[in-house]
Every structure is written in C-alpha cells, then in structure tokens.
Write a new protein. Structure first.
Ligand SMILES: *Cc1c(COP(=O)(O)O)cnc(C)c1O
Length: 391
C-alpha cells in the first residue's frame, strides 16, 4: 500500500503520532514492512506480543477457537474463559477475576470494586483514591483522572473527581490520605512515566499503611505484569500482596484483554448487575491468553530475568548512556544529551524498533527474544550511539 499516510491523514482521527512504517507481518521477534524491510522488535506492540509473532501454540489455539465458536457473550459459560480464570487467580494468589478488553477497563473495574467496598463498609465516608504523580492508568475519563499527570487532563475538563496525587514517598502519601481515603493505586514501575521503579521500602510502607487503615492496596500491572519483569507479576519482587490487581497488555499475547484480579477483601463486592463488558471473557482471546500463561513456567520467567539483567548491563556500557532502570525485560535508558525519540528514529532507519517513555528510550522486547537476538539489536543501537555526532 503506497499511499498509507494519505489514507490515514484523511480518514483516521489524529490522536496518535505514528512512525512512517506500515507493518505487514511478523515472525518471531521480527516484523516486516510493506516493502519487505525487516526490523528487530524491542516494542512488542507496547508490551503486548510477549511471545513474539506467530508463536506456534498461540496461533494454533486461536485458530482452533475461531473455528469452534468466536463469541458467546458473558451471559453463558465458555471453556477457555473458565480455564483462564482458574489459572490467573491461582497464579496471582487472588480470589476472583473480572474480564474486560483493555488496561483502562481493568483499572475501571478495580476502581469500581474499591469504591463499592468502601461504600459497603464505610457508607459513603470513604470516596478518595490516592495515586502517584507521574503515574499512568489509561485514557478513559476515570482512568485519566487517576493518572497523576496534569498534561493528560488539561483539555478534558471537567474530570471525574475522587483522586489525590502523591509523590512516591511515605510523607507525601500520608499528607494526601485521610479518613476519606478508600484505596491507594500504584504501578511498581511507572512505565509511561519513564520506566521509573518504585523504592521497595516505600511500597512496603504503603502496604503497611493500607493494612492499618483498611485502605485497599491496588496495583496496576497492565505493563509490568504477565512475566514482563521476570516474575508473573512485578509486585512479587516488592514483597507485597495487593487487594486488587489490573492486568492487560501482555496477557492476550496480541489480542485485546483486560483482567481485574480481586483478593479476599473484595471477593464478594461485585454482585450480578454491578459490572459488565460485552466482549469480556471472549473465548478466542482467552484461548490465546491460556497459551501465554502456560508458556510462563518458572524456568521461562527465570530466563526473562536473566536475559533482562544481561540486556541491562550491556545497555549500561553503551556510549551516551547515563542510567538504565527497570526490571526483567522492561527497561528505560537515560542518555546524556540525546532524547529517546531521536534515538528511536535513528534505529528505525537501521532496522530496529524501540519505544520512548518521556525523554527516555524504552525497551519492551518479546519475552521470547534470545541472547543472540538481543545482541543483534544492541549492535544497531551501539552503532547509532557511537556515530551520533556524524549523523
Ligand atoms: C497501557 C497502560 C494502561 C492502559 O491500557 P490500555 O489497554 O491502553 O487501556 C494502564 N496502565 C498502565 C500502567 C499501562 O501501561
């Protein structure tokens, strides 16, 4: 398709800035554009294609389910959804799950669960949810309001109310919480915020504070979860057990899914009629997600951790790199002078896809990427950075 940019310009709402590449196919950790140019992929469609492209078991499960039944609505039971529910709840040490279609929808569900818990137990006295400055929780009005970044709010007033924003330190969290607080919502690593991990001591202190006050501890694992950080959920590495967890991106392995995981406290909060989503628990999507979960064995997760550590240490050795943050295969790179977006554009020309987060370069490669493939991508990045002045 030669005129893809014109068609996009004419017919598609300009809510995204796009790279001038039409991606046509993918295989393993590579994608190919309409002219057959090959790119090694460190984006995974923003953390979605965790098993890369055309992962055999995933393709087979999705094909087979599409050829059996594509959709049932949530008025009936379906097998892939029940299978996924059992696997997810068990792996997360939670009690229940609600399925939707996106990260924002998963966050909407945990916010609704928290509000209902607070209303059931505190009769309208606890209405506030404390989130962090520099957080990101989605693009619906409610999750936008939960997002602690003014730039996302400014054009969309009036915003839904009921959120307080704290800096990631205990004093400020204490300052922004009170007798009206219902819950605290955290990302273990602020993804869109620049790949900024929280201090584990801070996370544990917040968890203690929640316990003392019967505030619900909510963790947004939309980007960090499903093996991305080297454990099934990132919170496992912070020594906490949240009351509510949202999951999405990598969970479907390429199909839209969101899951709200519900712990003991809120186990019975949702009653028939309280919440819903037409496509939630769709059998094709769940068939794909079951393959993702089955692939994430303890040995696979150890490898993610090991490959992530390798990637992190190799990135630190590159010219112009001043800091590398993140866990597992979710990493952010701070350069001395150049901006992430300029590095991304230079790498794109040379056949490697990377992401940005704020001014940083962000890496979310498929979890199946091998060390040899990591080296291949690093070589392109190294080449770009070592010849920066000449470019
Ligand atoms: C991407 C993201 C979301 C929003 O997910 P969508 O599927 O785009 O709605 C929410 N929270 C975090 C941490 C994310 O990274």
């Amino acid at each position: 398709m030669k005129n893809f940019k014109e068609i996009d310009d004419q017919y598609v709402a300009h809510s995204y800035a796009r790279f001038p590449v039409l991606i046509q196919s993918g295989k393993g950790v590579y994608v190919y554009d309409d002219e057959g140019k090959k790119y090694i992929d460190f984006t995974s469609g923003i953390g979605v294609n965790s098993l890369g492209y055309q992962y055999e078991a995933w393709v087979q499960a999705v094909r087979e389910q599409a050829g059996t039944i594509a959709h049932t609505s949530n008025l009936f039971y379906n097998e892939p959804m029940l299978e996924l529910a059992e696997k997810l709840v068990t792996r997360a040490g939670m009690k229940k799950v609600f399925f939707g279609n996106s990260g924002a929808e998963a966050n909407e569900a945990i916010i609704k669960a928290a509000r209902k818990y607070a209303n059931d137990h505190y009769h309208g006295r606890r209405t506030e949810i404390c989130t962090l400055n520099n957080s990101f929780h989605g693009r619906t009005m409610e999750t936008l309001s939960a997002t602690g970044q003014e730039v996302f709010h400014q054009d969309f007033f009036p915003m839904p109310t009921g959120f307080q924003y704290a800096d990631p330190n205990l004093e400020d969290v204490k300052a922004k919480t009170n007798e009206h607080t219902a819950a605290i919502l955290l990302e273990m690593i602020q993804g869109e915020g620049g790949v900024v991990p929280l201090d584990p001591k801070f996370v544990q202190d917040v968890a203690d504070l929640c316990k003392e006050n019967d505030w619900l501890l909510m963790v947004d694992e939309v980007q960090t979860g499903i093996g991305r950080c080297g454990t099934f959920f990132a919170y496992e590495q912070f020594g906490i057990q949240p009351d509510l967890v949202s999951s999405a991106k990598g969970l479907g392995g390429g199909l839209p899914i969101g899951a709200a995981l519900i712990g003991e406290k809120c186990e019975d909060v949702f009653q028939p009629g309280d919440h819903g989503s037409t496509f939630g628990g769709n059998p094709i999507v769940c068939a794909g997600a079951n393959v993702v979960i089955d692939t994430l064995t303890p040995a696979f997760l150890d490898e993610v951790k090991e490959k992530g550590d390798y990637l992190k240490s190799e990135l630190s050795k590159l010219p112009h790199v001043v800091q590398v943050d993140g866990l597992g295969m979710m990493l952010g790179v701070q350069f001395d002078e150049m901006k992430g977006i300029d590095v991304v554009n230079a790498c794109l020309k040379k056949g490697a896809l990377f992401l940005t987060a704020k001014d940083r370069l962000r890496l979310l490669p498929p979890l199946v990427m091998t060390k040899a493939e990591i080296d291949e991508g690093l070589n392109i990045l190294k080449d770009v950075l070592s010849h920066w002045e000449e470019a």
